[in-house]
Design a binder for this molecule. Structure first.
Ligand SMILES: Cc1cc2nc3c(=O)[nH]c(=O)nc-3n(C[C@H](O)[C@H](O)[C@H](O)COP(=O)(O)OP(=O)(O)OC[C@H]3O[C@@H](n4cnc5c(N)ncnc54)[C@H](O)[C@@H]3O)c2cc1C
Length: 466
């Protein structure tokens, strides 16, 4: 496997070296969230690339909440040379030892609940405070790459022009060879791209991929200083998944155990796809609303929710699986192309009955998928030696990333149904367990390194035919 990778990279380097003048690919990244910053950091190490990040707001920012990743994403961070930086800010330094993924309990009754699944795996669930997570990328960014207050309003690329021009809302313009759309779930780049492709092809069905779809789920989020909980509260030691009919509550400690992150979900699956009646998807709400939503849940959950004085309320949206991530010299990454309900990491690979522990290579969800997009795209762009080979690299990116990310997107929604006993397997743990197990069809699927090799092989083959 490694010999094949070496051969592909050597071949692509030979092509690069054979060009007479040093080639610089100009990449404009629009959006400085996890996907944009991870891509910028990866590309800033490539001698053939000049990268700029255009962020709409006045600084890079993340919400005050937790984010978790799994061994797969951790591996990518290490491959990008970021292992040590992220190790310092993880809940504890990830060392590959077996840890808890999630401890699953039945909790929607007033008396104490009980465990029905325990997930354990190498690295367990690796947790961060989101602000620290984004900052670790920001710190790895070279100077003079980031530009703030630069909201992309539109872009122009025509078939014959060799460059793309960018028009920003503040009246300024810029040009680039490749536009990376990292502008999140409400991506205006995705909207323009799908609108134009629809006009060009006359296929109006493409327009349905522009707007995100409400999943029928409302989430509430909050952070709790650990000293506000009884020292024996399970959430302090292990990531917990408290499950009930049409609802579940996720909690885990971050910031070296100083804070417990809580996110609760309440779903009405029949309403999936309905328009959500508020334009604003994130609002503040009263604690009373949260408490009423989970009244009569087990005491352990009550203890958590009683400590969230100012919850935020989220209407959880996702995208319909897109048919393409790339058009000409524009590529979409992260939530701009596969925004998903945040259940995958927890659900997709949970199939460990407590009597039958299996250790698995866990997979990421939204942020993890965004990081994987950046890793694969940067690996390909590093090999691009001319504008003519750029579309071949983008095609390889799409061939590798689109099916995988869409698979995770769909699985993520299905996992949410299973946690809330709304899947076809209902509340019967004996059937539900194996059914969740079936969701593991991609457990054995290629590692990120193998995916990288596959992408480079596509590029090598395409260049050979070119
Ligand atoms: C409740 C919840 C919990 C989650 N938990 C997890 C988790 O534990 N693990 C996990 O892996 N994932 C999780 N996710 C998903 C994860 O947060 C997202 O997938 C990830 O943050 C997406 O990053 P992004 O960079 O693609 O988009 P974003 O973070 O949305 O960043 C987009 C950036 O683009 C900028 N922008 C927007 N429009 C423009 C424009 N026109 N021009 C320039 N800039 C623009 C924005 O200001 C922003 O900075 C969760 C999601 C939710 C809702």
């Amino acid at each position: 496997m490694h010999r094949a990778l070496l051969a592909a990279v050597q071949f692509l380097h030979t092509i690069a070296m054979s060009s007479s003048s040093p080639f610089k690919l100009r990449v404009a990244i629009c959006g400085g969230g996890i996907s944009g910053l991870c891509l910028a950091v990866a590309l800033s190490r490539c001698p053939n690339i000049q990268v700029q990040v255009y962020e709409a707001t006045d600084r890079f920012k993340e919400i005050g909440a937790g984010v978790m990743i799994w061994a797969r994403t951790w591996k990518i961070l290490e491959l990008l040379g970021l292992g040590s930086a992220f190790s310092k800010i993880a809940h504890s330094p990830p060392d590959g030892s077996i840890g808890t993924g999630f401890d699953f309990r039945r909790s929607d009754q007033p008396e104490e609940g009980s465990r029905f699944h325990l997930v354990q795996m190498p690295y367990g669930c690796i947790r961060f405070y989101r602000v620290d997570f984004l900052d670790a990328f920001v710190e790895a960014l070279p100077p003079n790459v980031a530009h703030f207050g630069m909201r992309l309003a539109s872009y122009s690329q025509n078939a014959s022009a060799s460059e793309i021009s960018l028009q920003f809302s503040n009246g300024t313009t810029a040009t680039c060879d490749l536009l990376a759309g990292c502008d999140g779930i409400k991506s205006s780049i995705r909207a323009q791209l799908y609108r134009e492709c629809s006009e060009r092809s006359g296929d109006s069905t493409l327009l349905k991929f522009i707007d995100p779809v409400w999943t029928g789920t409302i989430a509430y989020r909050g952070l709790i200083p650990v000293e506000h909980l009884p020292p024996c509260h399970r959430s302090i030691a292990d990531p917990m998944m408290y499950c009930g009919k049409s609802k579940h509550v996720v909690s885990y400690s971050i910031s070296r155990g100083k804070v417990v992150n809580v996110v609760t979900f309440a779903s009405d699956p029949k309403r999936e796809g309905e328009p959500h009646n508020e334009d604003v998807w994130v609002t503040n709400c009263l604690q009373q609303e949260l408490l009423e939503c989970y009244s009569n849940w087990e005491p352990e959950v009550e203890q958590l929710l009683n400590q969230i004085e100012n919850p935020t309320k989220w209407a959880i949206h996702h995208l319909r699986p897109l048919p393409f991530f790339v058009d000409r010299k524009i590529a979409l990454l992260g939530d701009a192309c596969h925004a998903m309900a945040p259940h995958e990491g927890a659900g997709k690979r949970i199939s460990l009955k407590i009597t039958n522990l299996r250790f698995i290579n866990y997979s990421p969800e939204g942020a993890g998928q965004a990081i994987e997009d950046a890793f694969i795209l940067a690996s390909l762009l590093e090999q691009v030696s001319s504008l003519e080979t750029l579309p071949l690299a983008l095609d390889a990116y799409q061939r590798v990333r689109l099916p995988f990310a869409n698979h995770v997107l769909k699985g993520s929604y299905d996992s949410g149904l299973m946690y809330e006993f709304n899947s076809q397997y209902g509340e019967d743990y004996e059937i539900l367990g194996p059914a969740i197990e079936k969701q593991w069809d991609w457990v054995e699927e290629p590692s990120p390194e193998e995916e990288r090799l596959r992408a480079l092989q596509y590029l090598k083959d395409a260049i050979s035919w070119f």
